[in-house]
Design a protein around this ligand. Structure first.
Ligand SMILES: Nc1ncnc2c1ncn2[C@@H]1O[C@H](COP(=O)(O)OP(=O)(O)OP(=O)(O)O)[C@@H](O)[C@H]1O
Length: 898
């Protein structure tokens, strides 16, 4: 059974359907009880075969799959998918309901106090019972641990002072430790809790019960970090524990003034009644949700129970609310049908029920609310943030599956769901101001691009905009936190869906100026997902049609009219003031084409000007360019219609020119052959060997060649290299980056250490299918292993040579007092081994560059290198020239560990 379940999880993981790996699905698929299923899953978890993502509902992903994707796994459970993929530790406080609302300033104060340099400051949490003081103290510890503020083994040690209210001496002895014989019963030394908390946090709960003598004894520790154990007033002990106090009493009344003076931060925690009903709802949901997990069942509650939980003045605050919910779950365990536990009025504990008289409720007793549905309500106020989060989650998944059509499909669904959910929310869009503005903007866009928006969608957009405005602060904060990801997502959408991006951008620009809101890329992306319509826009995506005309708005009016009449966005326009010369036209066109990304056909509709001159100036390859002159609106319409019907460029331009007096010219795609360039600072021989390995690694039938070039030639010619003109150089593989603008570089050491396959794969865009890329990566993995490379690179005894070189590099690191990264070491191994062979064979009489400056400026480095290489030089009877030492120097200088 275990293996069958593992196979199931594995299969879903590889198909990226992770979220199907829930206990419920697994138990249904294999017809086994959920409890049994949970036991098996826990076993698999224990055995490191799977990990658990604690989203709601939680699901599992197989380790085999994660390994295949090179996703680093360093624990068994993750709070969410984002944490797994980005390895960002989720803020420990995010578990605290209200951490962004009523407890926001509390959390901020805890964070800044505990991290105050050098060792944090003492703080006091003050609030009624059950408000979460202990929980907050614990989360402060987790947070500090994640932030590396505490030592690795630093513990969280709790002392509840009220437990010692009648025996203060025992508390002092337990806290500070005691020596053998200090008091009756002290039969051995005891290190004490302050010592146990060394490097961590000591949490003194109910500190109002800490007697004055003990408070005083704490001062010395708080001031100097030292203390005496009970029974030994001679010896000083030291500890580095940060202290958090908590009390339910007014601290000014119960703590010594001298202690209060030593606590710079007193944080008061609000009672449950002081929190918003939104937050109370979230608390109820979270507590029930955890019970669902524990009991492995769905829970529903009657509307009466719901209403009591929402309104009751719980004196014991969150703690009491939690207790009431837990006991009502226990009381209802027997009322479990078809895996659903029902919580009714009589499930509530008597202490609550006695406050309510029978008949006080008029709500329909048959109404039940499922706990899972509470979630939707509990997060209502920040829908916009949740929307953004969902979009970014899609993007995170995209980074694994790399299929932009799936990204688009999921993004569209998220926006669709959001629209569905908000359309009915009248309250937010009462003000006709929003709707009026949105109507106005969407009508303009409709006129330009034939982009129809239904009334319901208009309402949803109005709601969205109002949320952006209402939640500006949170919206911004969220964006700042996720800026990098947002911009990456935007870049991908813009490259792949340029025309859709144009429309989305235009809508957002209008919204920005009409409502005076900030234009963030996530907003544009939201609109890209919303307006993208595969049947309408996709076919136009690979084609660009630009109307170029002299005059201030001739081209744009023509494009606008044509798009409107065609009811589709086909034409872009470039207006050329009368005195614009051809070069300026060409420059603007090139900028436009650069933004367009991948297109196959470019239609240029021009009013006059030299067609050939325009064409020759275009900086594009692999695109069919059709230029037609004497453009007019009817000609644009005829072309637009033809494109919509899918007529091929040659045929279309022929037809249009025959029916009018204009001429056209087509330049077929000029396809430059794509190549990978091998060029090694270690010599042409090494380049040649890399070339062989690469050719062996490329899957059959791929239209990519491998070429070599002398490294010094590459350096002298920089971007003026004739090879770059003749070929489309996908990237260069070598042992040292020549840093040439526009030349992508992949270091051999990256291939050995399997770093950055992703970057390399992206250079094969459109040249290899997913499967071919996979084969290629597997071959690279095999062929570029260090041992294989050594075998191929040298005719000397590779094991011996590698050992000697590795020793030399170790010595060099020691002399330099540096620790080089693995990447740099691998690069150096390859480089130096190839160099030694070259020196021995002396086939390549290298013209070494003049190194006088290098020699003068790096005397120490040269001395160290010679010393480290000394035994190799002796063994192989070679002398390592200065220019080679300079290469080694460059490697070391570029090391990322530095
Ligand atoms: N904001 C919150 N989010 C989630 N759970 C909470 C929150 N606040 C409190 N709880 C839960 O409520 C229970 C009571 O909290 P806690 O024991 O921390 O309160 P306290 O203020 O220390 O109480 P006391 O003063 O009686 O010691 C705990 O189980 C805690 O996990």
């Amino acid at each position: 059974m275990k293996n069958t379940i593992l196979n199931y999880i594995n299969k879903n993981s590889f198909e990226k359907k992770y979220s199907e790996n829930t206990i419920l699905n697994i138990s249904k698929s294999f017809q086994i009880p959920k409890n049994t299923c949970a036991i098996v899953l826990n076993k698999l978890l224990e055995e490191d075969k799977i990990i658990r993502i604690d989203e709601k509902p939680f699901y599992f992903i197989s380790l085999e799959y994660l390994k295949s994707e090179n996703i680093e796994v360093n624990k068994k459970t993750y709070l969410n998918f984002n944490e797994l993929v980005n390895h960002k530790d989720v803020d420990a406080f995010s578990k605290l309901v209200g951490y962004q609302y009523s407890l926001k300033s509390t959390v901020n104060k805890c964070k800044s106090t505990i991290s105050y340099p050098p060792n944090g400051l003492p703080m006091l949490l003050y609030g009624p019972t059950g408000t979460g003081k202990s929980y907050i103290a614990r989360l402060t510890y987790e947070w500090a641990l994640n932030e590396n503020l505490l030592s690795n083994k630093g513990k969280f040690v709790t002392v509840n002072c009220s437990e010692y209210a009648n025996n203060p001496e025992l508390l002092t002895a337990n806290l500070f430790g005691h020596v053998k014989g200090a008091f009756t019963g002290a039969d051995k030394d005891n290190e004490g809790l302050i010592s146990l908390a060394d490097g961590g946090i000591l949490f003194l709960d109910e500190v109002h019960d800490l007697k004055a003598e003990c408070q005083e004894k704490l001062f010395t520790y708080m001031d100097q970090g030292i203390y005496h154990r009970v029974g030994d007033n001679e010896k000083w002990y030291s500890s580095n524990a940060r202290i958090i106090f908590a009390t339910t009493e007014n601290p000014d009344n119960v703590l010594l003034k001298t202690l209060m003076r030593r606590i710079p931060m007193v944080i008061s925690i609000p009672s449950l009644n002081e929190r918003t009903s939104q937050e109370r709802l979230e608390l109820i949901y979270t507590i029930f949700y955890n019970e669902q997990l524990r009991l492995n069942s769905k829970i529903r509650l009657s509307s009466q129970v719901y209403s009591i939980l929402m309104t009751e003045q719980f004196k014991g605050n969150v703690g009491e609310l939690k207790g009431v919910i837990q006991s009502s779950c226990i009381n209802s365990l027997l009322d479990k049908k078809e895996d659903v536990i029902t919580i009714r009025l009589n499930s509530l504990p008597d202490s609550i029920l006695k406050n309510y008289q029978t008949g006080a409720f008029h709500t329909n007793n048959k109404e039940f609310i499922f706990v899972d549905d509470l979630k939707i309500h509990s997060n209502q106020s920040k829908e916009i943030i949740r929307l953004n989060e969902s979009i970014l989650n899609c993007f995170k998944e995209y980074k694994i599956h790399k299929d932009v059509s799936i990204l688009m499909e999921k993004g569209k669904k998220i926006i669709g769901d959001y629209f569905d959910a908000v359309i009915l929310k009248e309250s937010k869009i009462e003000q006709s101001y929003y709707l009026k503005g949105i109507d106005h903007i969407l009508n303009v866009v409709d006129d330009r691009y034939g982009f129809k928006v239904t009334n319901n969608e208009r309402r949803a957009i109005a709601y969205y905009i109002q949320e952006v405005i209402d939640e500006t602060n949170d919206y911004w904060n969220w964006y700042i936190k996720n800026e990098e990801e947002c911009e990456d997502l935007h870049e991908i959408l813009q490259n792949e869906y340029y025309r859709t991006t144009n429309i989305a951008f235009e809508i957002c620009k209008y919204l920005q100026s009409y409502f005076d809101i900030d234009l963030l890329s996530i907003m544009i992306d939201t609109f890209i997902f919303y307006i993208y319509n595969p049947s309408r826009i996709k076919k136009a995506e690979q084609k660009a049609c630009v109307i170029l005309s002299h005059g201030y708005s001739t081209a744009s009016s023509m494009a606008e009219a044509a798009n409107q009449l065609l009811q589709e966005y086909i034409f872009d326009s470039l207006d050329m003031p009368i005195n614009t010369d051809t070069q300026m036209i060409v420059d603007r066109l090139n900028a436009y084409l650069f933004r367009m990304g991948h297109i196959k056909d470019l239609y240029l509709l021009v009013d006059m000007g030299s067609l050939a001159e325009i064409y020759n100036g275009l900086k594009i390859d692999n695109v069919n360019v059709g230029i037609i002159d004497h453009v007019s609106t009817p000609i644009a319409l005829a072309i637009g219609n033809g494109i919509r019907q899918g007529i091929e460029m040659n045929e279309l331009l022929k037809r249009v020119s025959e029916a009018s007096s204009c001429t056209y010219h087509i330049m077929e795609r000029k396809i430059k052959k794509s190549i990978i360039l091998c060029s090694c600072a270690s010599g042409i021989e090494t380049s040649n060997r890399f070339k062989d390995i690469l050719e062996e690694s490329l899957p059959g039938g791929i239209n990519v060649e491998v070429k070599i070039q002398d490294y010094s030639f590459l350096l002298t010619h920089k971007d003026n290299n004739p090879l770059f003109k003749e070929y489309n150089v996908l990237f260069m593989i070598g042992t040292l980056n020549p840093d040439i603008e526009g030349l992508n570089y992949v270091g051999v050491e990256d291939l050995i250490t399997q770093a950055n396959y992703e970057g390399m794969n992206s250079y094969f865009y459109n040249l290899m299918s997913e499967e071919e890329l996979e084969t290629f990566n597997k071959n690279i993995l095999k062929n570029f292993s260090l041992s294989n490379l050594m075998n191929v690179l040298t005719i000397l005894n590779p094991t011996k040579l590698l050992e000697q070189v590795a020793n030399a590099i170790d010595q060099l690191q020691m002399y330099l007092r540096m620790h080089l990264s693995n990447r740099t070491c691998f690069g150096l191994y390859i480089h130096i081994c190839s160099m030694i062979e070259r020196l021995i064979i002396s086939k390549n009489q290298y013209e070494y560059e003049d190194c006088t400056d290098f020699e003068r400026e790096n005397e120490t480095f040269i001395g160290f290198t010679k010393k480290a290489m000394n035994s190799i030089e002796k063994f192989y009877h070679v002398e390592i020239p200065l220019a080679e030492i300079k290469y080694i120097y460059l490697y070391v200088k570029n090391d990322e560990n530095k």
